[in-house]
Design a protein around this ligand. Structure first.
Ligand code: CMC
Length: 386
């Protein structure tokens, strides 16, 4: 007996204790803690610890975890040379996933995935180095020299320094922007068995090392139906151009000529709770950066879509990607960088899920079955008879 369930719409592939989602009620919890409370009170590094270890850290545990992340933040020189080899217009996600994969060659000890202490080091390396890879790909694309990570800054501030600072000069991040970025990382940190996490678990199930597995997860995130949607939203808003063009655009979407990017979700059939927090943050960020002119188009799209039968009947609501790109753009990121920001935030979730899979005695190598519909047996046809 086999079940046929394309895209695993109704198949649970694992038992998990990491993240809970109730898509009908718009609930998201990491290890039991509501996302709204974590966004308000926690930090990204604390949330990462929670996802990885199951409990919030004590003050001493958090201090030591943050020091560890600071220590692992620099990239090996060889990875910087690798980054130099990419075309300046290379998509940052292509650069990101290649560089994460390349780290596997620097840390061959990462293959000891069942050695708890060894795995702990690799996990810290992955989470700590992801921002440096993202920032250096941005600097490379803009022809700017790399800025080394400053271990005296927090996670988000250190990332902003590597992006927008000057080599050798101290960098002070704007506290509102630093906090907004930290919150965005928290909101993206895990989302149970989504496409990229399933990729991470699937690759990891072959006992590949975590760098190789995370490179695969990042590749899955790259696509426009997943993490690439935030970039697609900004391109869509720019193409719409003005609030007056919104009704026409909605008409086209309803006629099947393209999708309203940043809307809809496989699991959420009500407002994505992350979108609510991001919308609030957008207003805070715009007080510092100035209002993003595309915001008005986004608000009008949301207003019309939420009362239109097409979207109401299909239960399509704004998802995490609808407003995040507007904040990123206001902070100075180009759309091509948006998915890299998603990946940096998602790293702890990918790794927490991967660790859970490794420790789960019920798990084996991922290997779905198929229903074969191809040709029956036939004899090979020589070239001159085809
Ligand atoms: N715009 C217009 N119609 C839509 C949209 C949309 N954004 N999303 C779904 N639909 C329609 C779809 O055409 C279908 O209609 P019908 O029943 O008439 O054929 C119905 O709604 C169900 O759609 P589906 O494609 O079967 O749903 P799915 O669960 O396979 O897809 C999704 C989920 C997120 C891929 C999809 O909603 C989508 O493409 N959204 C736009 C891209 C996007 O914003 N992605 C980010 C997701 S959140 C971040 C993340 O987790 O990566």
């Amino acid at each position: 007996m086999m079940s046929y369930d394309p895209a695993f719409q109704n198949t649970a592939s694992c038992r998990s204790r990491v993240t809970f989602i109730d898509g009908d009620k718009g609930i998201l919890r990491y290890r039991g803690y509501p996302i709204e409370q974590l966004a308000e009170h926690s930090t990204f590094t604390e949330t990462a610890y929670l996802l990885l270890n199951g409990e919030l850290p004590t003050a001493a545990e958090l201090e030591s975890w943050e020091a560890e992340l600071g220590g692992h933040a620099p990239l090996p020189e060889g990875i910087k040379s690798l980054l130099d080899g990419f075309q300046p217009d290379a998509h940052p996600m292509g650069v990101f996933l290649s560089s994460v994969g390349a780290l596997s060659t620097y840390y061959p000890d990462a293959k000891q995935i069942f050695d708890d202490e060894n795995r702990r080091i690799q996990v810290a390396r992955l989470i700590a180095k992801a921002p440096a890879i993202g920032a250096y790909s941005y600097r490379h694309a803009n022809g700017l020299p790399y800025v080394d990570p400053d271990s005296s800054l927090g996670f988000a501030g250190r990332f902003l320094g590597m992006l927008f600072g000057e080599p050798g000069a101290p960098y002070t991040p704007d506290p509102v922007l630093e906090r907004a970025l930290d919150i965005l990382f928290i909101l993206h940190a895990d989302h149970e068995q989504n496409c990229s996490t399933s990729a991470m678990r699937g690759i990891g199930s072959s006992q590949a090392d975590p760098f190789a597995s995370m490179a695969g997860a990042a590749a899955a995130l790259y696509g426009p139906l997943h993490g690439g949607a935030n970039e697609a939203v900004l391109r869509m808003l720019a193409a719409i151009g003005s609030v007056d063009n919104v009704p026409d655009f909605i008409k086209k979407v309803k006629a099947g000529e393209g999708r309203l990017m940043g809307f809809g979700h496989r699991v959420y059939k009500s407002y994505d709770p992350r979108a609510t927090v991001i919308k609030e943050q957008a207003y805070r960020v715009f007080e510092v950066t100035g209002r993003n002119p595309l915001l008005d188009i986004a608000i009008e799209l949301e207003r019309i879509a939420l009362q239109d039968d097409y979207f109401v009947q299909r239960r399509l609501y704004p998802n995490v990607d609808f407003y995040s790109g507007l904040i990123y753009e206001a902070m100075g990121f180009k759309p091509a960088m948006f998915t890299v920001l998603f990946a940096i935030g998602r790293a702890p979730g990918w790794i927490a899920q991967w660790q859970e899979m490794l420790r789960d005695k019920a798990q084996k190598i991922a290997r779905p079955r198929q229903i074969y519909l191809g040709a029956g047996e036939r004899d090979y046809v020589p070239m001159d008879q085809r």
